[in-house]
Design a binder for this molecule. Structure first.
Ligand SMILES: NC(=O)c1ccc[n+]([C@@H]2O[C@H](COP(=O)([O-])OP(=O)(O)OC[C@H]3O[C@@H](n4cnc5c(N)ncnc54)[C@H](O)[C@@H]3O)[C@@H](O)[C@H]2O)c1
Length: 249
């Protein structure tokens, strides 16, 4: 798919990787609908780059159905909305809260799937291009899907679910001309990571092989562009991580 023909829904667009992707794709001529739960962040980005936006929760069926219905001819979805929490299964502070586990699964995994099904339903009505392509979906997992640390039970489970659904959905949607891929980022300089102490950030960077620094939203957006424009990429999860392998803690 040519980047200037992209009509993309980007979730989590009010901050970090979603924001970086929105700015990058808009600059390349794409038409965008930006979605985020954080009204202030989202409005600032949308006003800045002059895009449509909807404030809402990706895991909410009705809200997202309404958001998508107002946007014509979607041919790309970039799922970036997500939350990270740290909690041990059992500790001196008690057991892992079950509601917290459910919430992480709901936002990260069910939210991604909700957006995927709503957008795929619209994409299948598109006119195919000369490759037969009607749309492309890009999910965001994490390297924590593979090497999650102590305290990441919920987060890793949610991201592992995204990795797990990538191939079966790509196989299913192939007959609709829709590709599905997932990016598994390592450590990126966004609000999500800024929540960790300098000490934790330094120790995480130390485990990165090369380059020894955090990734940038621009580098994430460049991979989104590669996936969009390279029709042979399908059913794959791509680690974008400077070869980091997270230590147990
Ligand atoms: N930053 C990293 O190092 C890193 C590493 C691996 C994976 N990721 C993943 O990348 C994605 C983007 O994260 P980021 O680093 O840009 O974080 P971020 O916190 O900067 O951005 C996440 C955005 O998602 C939005 N959001 C949260 N819950 C939502 C909901 N229910 N509905 C709609 N929007 C919601 C937030 O308001 C926020 O604007 C996440 O899925 C995250 O798990 C990030």
């Amino acid at each position: 798919m040519k980047i200037e023909n992209v009509k993309a829904v980007i979730t989590g667009a009010g901050s970090g990787l979603g924001e970086g992707t929105a700015r990058y794709l808009k600059n390349k001529g794409a038409e965008l609908l930006l979605i985020d739960l954080n009204a202030d962040g989202l409005k600032k980005v949308a006003d800045d780059i002059n895009c449509k936006y909807v404030v809402g929760d990706v895991s909410n069926e009705e809200e997202m159905k309404n958001a998508i219905n107002d946007f014509n001819e979607i041919n790309c979805l970039v799922n970036c909305a997500g939350i990270a929490v740290g909690a041990k299964v059992v500790s001196s502070r008690g057991m892992h809260d079950l509601g917290l586990f459910e919430k992480v699964l709901k936002v990260n995994l069910i939210g991604s799937f909700n957006m995927l099904r709503l957008c795929a339903d619209k994409m299948q009505a598109n006119e195919p291009d000369k490759e037969g392509e009607k749309g492309v979906v890009i999910n965001t997992a994490s390297v924590a899907a593979y090497d999650g640390q102590v305290g990441q039970a919920a987060y890793s489970a949610s991201k592992g679910g995204i990795v797990g659904m990538t191939l079966p959905i790509a196989r299913e949607l192939a007959s609709n001309g829709i590709r599905v891929n997932t990016i598994a980022p390592g450590l990126f300089a966004t609000a999500m990571l800024a929540g960790m102490s300098d000490e934790v950030q330094k120790s995480l960077i130390a485990t990165t092989v090369f380059p020894k620094r955090l990734g940038t939203p621009l580098e994430y957006a460049m991979l989104v562009e590669s996936i969009v424009t390279n029709v042979l990429l399908n059913g794959e999860t791509i680690r974008l991580d400077g070869s980091v392998r997270l230590a147990p803690r």
